[in-house]
Design a protein around this ligand. Structure first.
Ligand code: GLU
Length: 477
């Protein structure tokens, strides 16, 4: 069943908490919000949820915005910072207190822990037992005089059910007896996530809330707050499934790179990243995988987002990035890679060779950084063979014979690709190229994969090729 769209002019938002780098999951949520807003012809806003002053940093917020721009995502209007709006939240909290819908509490962290332990013993869900609901003014004053920390809690119903309709998950409900009175103002006077989130969605007239499933439980509390603040109208909700690691646990730092920054720095193209992210939970028509942002906007429908979590597969991302690199003009790759090459090799490397190396790397590319890694044996000052490959060379059958034959051939062959071709050379000593050429690869490029071998040999020139064959033989002793 499709829910009706609540407003004519949809207004969506991304509401990151700037406590670290941009997680790929948040990047995908931002993308889905942006796509759905544009698809519906609505607006998309940026709200920084930085009420937790101890954990939030402006530099993370700035980086978040920069990364979204990098992805090609833009937003409408000015960025809203919750930290600029404390006054509004305090007013709302005071009005809830005045209406008797919230109350002041004075427990110390140790006392709260004890309450939790007590509940655990009674097999009750963790939370607060509401003991301060009916404090008298005198008690409150006495606690204040004691200098105890003061928090404000919102009163949740003791019985009944909270229910809302989610575009992806369907009906979502919870028993109120399992949701205890929750904090809306912290001891330091700052509002909590629930409060600021509820107020801002009302204040910004947000019509559609698309966000990660990890927040689904908070929605009951946010909706209760909205009602208490006099806003019975419910936005349209869609909670997207989590992004998972290959072992199907929630993707986190222990699985490797999880920030968008790390993928940008590893040389992924924003177009490829966006394309990959959109597929984590949604698929365009006709089994297509490569889709432009314009196509995504025209086809994206939140009702077609999967219920189950999507696995973050770096291999697939690499493949996709490679597809984008292959589709680029070689000259524009040269331009973009040159800056990175200058930083890596200084300014003395041979630019013509560099252009040729880019041509060679492009058809097999995964990322810009991987392309440059393949060029290292060509341009890096200190070419050497890593220990792992020295071992591989040593355990190759007839290694000396192979290297001798190749050296001899390279000494007087025509210096063209056809002339350099080593397949017959190794066949003549009774070996299959597949078996014998990895040793030559190691001698020339320092590993068993990289730029195509014969082209590479042609590029480094006869003298250098022979020198590398001899050095490799020295390693064999
Ligand atoms: N600030 C929340 C977060 O970064 C998102 C809140 C929301 O989208 O409603 O997880």
């Amino acid at each position: 069943m499709r829910m009706t769209q609540p407003h004519i002019q949809p207004r969506l938002r991304i509401a990151p908490s700037p406590t670290g780098q941009l997680h790929v999951g948040t990047a995908r949520t931002a993308l889905y919000n942006f796509l759905y807003a544009r698809h519906l012809g609505g607006e998309f806003f940026m709200r920084i949820e930085d009420t937790d002053v101890t954990r939030s940093k402006r530099e993370h917020a700035d980086a978040f915005c920069e990364m979204l721009r990098w992805m090609g995502i833009d937003w409408d209007g000015d960025i809203i910072y919750q930290s600029d709006r404390f006054e509004m939240y305090t007013q709302a909290i005071n009005s809830l207190l005045e209406k008797g819908l919230a109350y002041e509490c004075f427990e110390t962290p140790e006392e709260l822990e004890a309450i939790n332990a007590e509940r655990k013993e009674k097999k009750l869900p963790p939370g607060y037992d509401g003991r301060a609901r009916n404090l008298t003014q005198d008690q409150i004053q006495a606690y204040k005089n004691e200098g105890r920390p003061r928090t404000v809690r919102f009163i949740t119903p003791d019985s009944g059910t909270s229910e809302f309709e989610d575009a992806i998950r369907g009906k979502v409900s919870v028993l109120w007896e399992n949701v205890s009175d929750f904090v809306i103002e912290r001891g330091d006077g700052t509002p909590t996530f629930f409060l600021a989130n509820a107020i801002d969605d009302i204040d910004m007239d947000i019509t559609h809330v698309v966000r990660g499933e990890d927040l689904i439980d908070s929605t009951h509390r946010v909706l209760a707050l909205r009602r208490a603040l006099g806003n019975a109208e419910q936005p349209f909700y869609a909670h997207t499934p989590m992004i998972l690691a290959p072992d199907r646990s929630k993707l986190s730092k222990r699985h490797g790179a999880v920030s968008l920054e790390s993928y940008r720095d590893a040389g992924y193209l924003p177009e490829a990243m966006v394309n990959y992210l959109v597929l984590l939970g949604w698929a365009p028509s006709n089994d297509r995988e490569i889709v432009t942002l314009e196509e995504m906007i025209s086809e994206f429908d939140i009702f077609n987002v999967n219920k189950s979590g999507a696995i973050f597969d770096v291999k697939k991302l690499e493949w996709m990035n490679g597809e984008y690199i292959r589709a680029m003009q070689t000259t524009s790759i040269v331009t973009r890679l040159k800056t990175m090459a200058d930083a890596r090799y200084g300014s003395s490397y041979d630019f013509e060779r560099f252009e040729r190396a880019v041509e060679l790397a492009q058809p097999r590319a995964t990322t810009f950084v991987a392309m440059l890694d393949q060029m290292d044996p060509l341009f890096a000052q200190d070419f050497s063979i890593g220990q792992e490959y020295v071992e591989a060379l040593r355990s190759t059958d007839q290694a000396i014979e192979i290297l001798d034959a190749v050296e001899k051939h390279l000494t007087d062959c025509d210096w063209t690709l056809v002339g350099i071709d080593l397949r017959d050379v190794v066949s003549e000593i009774g070996l299959k190229p597949r078996k014998a050429l990895p040793a030559v690869y190691i001698a020339i490029e320092g590993s068993t994969s990289g730029l195509p071998l014969f082209d590479f040999i042609e590029l480094i020139g006869r003298d250098e090729a022979i020198r590398r064959m001899r050095n490799a033989k020295l390693l064999l002793g």
